[in-house]
Design a protein around this ligand. Structure first.
Ligand SMILES: Cc1cc2nc3c(=O)[nH]c(=O)nc-3n(C[C@H](O)[C@H](O)[C@H](O)COP(=O)(O)OP(=O)(O)OC[C@H]3O[C@@H](n4cnc5c(N)ncnc54)[C@H](O)[C@@H]3O)c2cc1C
Length: 248
């Protein structure tokens, strides 16, 4: 059953994002750490139009105070999700559908990678890693203005990559940066476990998945690589049955 969220407050965690805090009465299913995503239903802009659903990450929540926060990337070529977030006002409402999607499996050595649409998920996952976790977080954003401070275990390093004017989803720097990491460090300790989590544009996700399986030999339990969006396609088109990547 969908439930209603109402905008409580609006903020800008950095230049390219709008952080919206929502109040809701039945938030318990969304206030947990193994399901960090949700699907929102945005009302049609016109009276006789159709509503649209899009997937987002619950960036923060307080189950007792009955609120949750979502960081919306204000991306180019904005669709129903980004448009709604850009124009949202205190008191506006959206529907929220059931929580969904898996998240990163905790391992001794981890690589978390993504572009700016995955920054909320990267931050949320990274903030909850056990203090002993070693590895890297690699995040591609438009420019340094969108960089934020994230608490990390001492053995994890955060790497920002900047597009410096290039359009999102057009380069290979995220893919190359992940591939250039010293993956032998994952096995530096006898029996250490490893995990690769990626949330990125379709082509990057597809390339990294093939590399992770074919070149790194990561098994199903050692990676979760998700296409967060696809250049030139709305989310409806990306999630059409022929899309062959992980569905959420
Ligand atoms: C599990 C999961 C969690 C996600 N969490 C978040 C989150 O917390 N915050 C967030 O902002 N997004 C998040 N996303 C990504 C978001 O769902 C997509 O970006 C979605 O397409 C946005 O919907 P829209 O209506 O704005 O654009 P759509 O109607 O889907 O697309 C319109 C146009 O915009 C382009 N586009 C879509 N996304 C981007 C982008 N990131 N950069 C540049 N162009 C883009 C499309 O290619 C298309 O041409 C998540 C996705 C998944 C799968």
């Amino acid at each position: 059953m969908p439930s209603t969220l109402q905008v409580l407050s609006l903020a800008s965690p950095s230049a390219g994002y709008r952080r919206i805090r929502f109040a809701g009465a039945q938030l318990a299913p969304f206030c947990q750490h193994d399901n960090i995503h949700c699907r929102l239903v945005f009302p049609a802009p016109q009276r006789d139009g159709a509503s649209s659903t899009r997937v987002y990450t619950v960036r923060a929540f307080d189950a007792d105070a009955q609120w949750l926060e979502i960081d919306f990337l204000l991306h180019a070529d904005a669709g129903p999700g980004a448009c709604w977030a850009q124009q949202a006002q205190v008191g506006d409402c959206v529907e929220i559908l059931k929580p969904g999607g898996r998240t990163a499996r905790i391992a001794d050595w981890m690589v978390l990678a993504g572009d700016d649409s995955a920054l909320p998920a990267l931050a949320r996952i990274a903030e909850r890693l056990p203090a002993s976790t070693r590895g890297h977080v690699v995040c591609e954003i438009a420019d340094p203005q969108d960089a934020i401070d994230i608490r990390l275990p001492p053995g994890m390093q955060w790497h920002w990559l900047y597009r410096a004017g290039a359009a999102a989803g057009t380069g290979e720097q995220l893919q190359r940066a992940v591939q250039a990491l010293d993956w032998s460090a994952a096995k530096a300790t006898e029996g250490a476990s490893r995990f690769l989590w990626v949330g990125a544009e379709f082509a990057t996700a597809q390339a990294l998945r093939a590399w992770a399986v074919d070149s790194l030999g990561l098994g199903k339990q050692e990676q979760l690589i998700v296409a967060y969006w696809r250049r030139g396609m709305s989310e409806n088109e990306l999630r059409a049955p022929k899309a062959d990547l992980e569905k959420t």
